[in-house]
Design a protein around this ligand. Sequence first.
Ligand code: ATP
Ligand code: MG
Length: 406
Amino acid sequence: MAPRVAVLSTGTELLRGRGTDTNLATFARALEAVGLEIRYHATCGDDFGRLVDELKLAAARADIVLMSGGLGPTDDDLTRPAIAEAFHRGLEFRPRLWKEIRARFRRFKIPMAAINRRQAEAPEGSRSLPNPNGSAPGFELEADGVYVACLPGPPREMKPMLDGYVVPSIVKRFRPSREWRLWEARTIGMAEGDVDVVITRIIKRHGCGYGITAKGGIIHVTVKGRPAALKRVARDFRKAVGRAFLCEGEKRLEDVVVGELLKRKVTIAVAESCTGGLVASRLTDVAGVSDVLLEGVVTYSNGSKIARLGVRAATLEAHGAVSEQCAREMAEGVARTSGASMGVATTGIAGPGGGTREKPVGLVYHAVHYRGRTRVERRVFPGERPHVKERAAMVALAMVRRELAE
Ligand code: ATP
Ligand code: MG
């Protein structure tokens, strides 16, 4: 059986919502690469008694306990004494560690507080793990048949220690078999429930496990299974969802869109009103986009829509700036004035003010002009201003993708 892994995060700031536990994801991904999964995770404040309790609980539930944080020199850094207490052993002062810590402070010419001496202490029987990116060394030990590793809290210190020492150590000790893998795919334009029906039918057929989440209109599916079964899952899933299939793996929508534009050598220009440049911004998050993105303009006022895009004053007068007609003329105008083969436009009411009965807050028109034809999509998004902008940009990118897929 695969060894069970427990992760313990410490830090009161994590419980106060002042910091996010990114170390958990770092642990999970590093372990996944060697075929291990976390069974249990807890976040504990900087409190000695609770830390000892959590350590004992984790050790009772798992074969591997990974802990991050609390290795600093201050009074709220309690990992060393908590480990000593939980696993019935003393702390010993290690002159060699002390020498290294002092040398580090000298090297960076930082004055050292007397309390830093604590960082040269380690639980008896533990092996110290070097920390090239910080002053706090980590350590690993074997306690009551459980492997325990303690790493620093700051992510840039924690990750190198995890990759460099802890994961290799776990692999050597436990020799986990890599019989399962994770396969990920994303869909767009399909309801989560519908994707769920599809994927559950498929994984039952091939004997795999799965997880599904929706993020910003995109459905993420993760399937766990043997490589041969995953191949069949991938084939069946792709077939079942058809056009809604966005990508395998962890690509973003903009990665897929820019990839398609590059593949087909289609140039693009964007005219944005309510999204304020978000569509162009997301496109420019992708390296290599300069080969296809000609320009992005934020035409916020009526005057700007007329002057830069050639939207007709009569259109604005008759239908308003937030209208199917205006979106259409914006997309056509930006393609024409930039010389791009594809023009994309957004215009809407991001709120919170400015809504009416016919044109409520959250109403956005999206237009894509391509190959002599312009498509417009009308959507009403719930939520606050940033959310409306984000969803509108997403829909615009999704329309570009659909246009290219056809
Ligand atoms: P230091 O020597 O900096 O005190 P430490 O090992 O004692 O390091 P903590 O004091 O627990 O670690 O945390 C230091 C900082 O590291 C926190 O303020 C936080 O920004 C970050 N950090 C701690 N734990 C996590 C975590 N689980 N995920 C992401 N960041 C974390
Ligand atoms: Mg600290």
